[in-house]
Design a protein. Sequence first.
Length: 95
Amino acid sequence: MAKIVSIAERLNGNLYYLDEESHIKVNQDIAKKTGTGKLLVRICPANVYSEEQDGTIGVSHAACLECGTCLAVAAPGSLEWHYPKGGCGVHFREG
Ligand code: SF4
């Protein structure tokens, strides 16, 4: 019988090469007005986004899985996202 492995355990098997410059930028005003900020916090599978005490949205870009989910749900103008520069970002080691 196959061992059940949690998502967190599987994600720990990946390698992340850090791009010092964030490939993700949140427009705080639009994110707040449209509710996109709270949505990003809820939907990102890697917990890249966090709501700070002052209500702004923090971004821990190094953990990004490059899945594109945030782009699919963000209101127009609320999010700038591009792939990390060549060779950086997540390197999947498990299917
Ligand atoms: S691309 Fe995926 S993992 Fe990266 S920030 Fe967006 S939702 Fe999170």
